[in-house]
Design a protein. Structure first.
Length: 275
């Protein structure tokens, strides 16, 4: 889930560098932007590919991804999930049936991804970078050969993401942004291949914007809470959304409410306004 505005018709997926290609799922909405980016990763000339986030249970999309892999003369050797939300992972079981490839993620039993784990498939290398906060199981993947970071919903191609409280939490999210600041600030990751929206060529600038934006929102919540008085019809979170998120479309206010709950929890204000 995210709060990032309407779809951009210019984004249709496609290649980024020599090793990454996005197949765009036809599931656009205010919450999914143009749709889910299913990333197909492979070393040039390799007959093995990694697929990141096969997406929702949309048979047409799965067949399109599979045909793209076949057109490369390759097969799916590994599937990775950035997190468990349905628009990224609902099709995981069906995709495993179609490809016979293992599916790996955080929180999926014995095959969990580990922090700092180096994945090697057909000469391709990917580094596992845990980035909880949007959800508890959110994870990113660094493609060192391209200096590209695949971020799922942790950082988007446009707008800002939602901290999906209570599964997601703001403390973890801010810690994840710090981790990404280190990667992007050092140049280890120069661009971002997000789960939704276009590729971000300025990884460092975008992560810094996310960091500043989160702290600005916290300052806004701190300032507005003492002025609010919940009534029988609306609780504190609803009132904060109306005041602090007045600049975002109402269609994403339910998602903004989740972020507000995460902010109030972070500030210790979930029980009501400050005294």
């Amino acid at each position: 889930m995210r709060s990032a505005g309407p779809a951009d018709p210019s984004w249709r997926g496609g290649s980024w560098g020599e090793r990454a290609h996005a197949v765009l799922c036809p599931n656009p909405s205010p919450m999914t932007l143009e749709g889910t980016n299913t990333w197909v990763l492979a070393e040039p000339g390799s007959e093995e590919v990694v697929v990141v986030d096969p997406g929702p249970l949309h048979e047409g999309h799965l067949q399109t991804v599979l045909q793209h892999v076949r057109d490369r003369g390759a097969r799916v050797a590994l599937t990775l999930l950035t997190h468990g939300h349905a628009d990224h992972a609902e099709s995981a079981d069906r995709w495993a049936e179609l490809t016979a490839a293992p599916v790996r993620a955080v929180g999926r039993g014995h095959d969990d991804l580990a922090e700092g784990e180096l994945l090697r498939v057909g000469g391709l290398e990917l580094l596992v970078v845990p980035t909880p906060g949007h959800t508890a199981d959110s994870v990113s993947f660094l493609l060192p050969a391209e200096q590209v970071l695949l971020t799922g919903d942790t950082v988007l191609g446009r707008g800002t993401t939602v901290v999906a409280y209570p599964d997601g939490d703001l403390t973890s999210y801010l810690e994840s942004l710090e981790r990404l600041r280190d990667l992007t600030g050092s140049g280890t990751a120069a661009s971002i291949a997000p789960g939704h929206g276009p590729v971000v060529p300025d990884a460092a600038g975008t992560v810094e914007y996310y960091w500043q934006h989160r702290h600005q929102r916290l300052d806004q919540v701190r300032a507005v809470v003492p002025t609010l008085r919940p009534d029988d019809g609306r609780d504190l979170a609803d009132l904060v959304v109306e005041r602090v998120y007045a600049d975002v479309p109402r269609a994403v206010w339910p998602a903004a409410r989740l972020s507000v709950l995460a902010q109030l929890d972070y500030l210790g204000l979930l029980d009501g306004p400050a005294d």
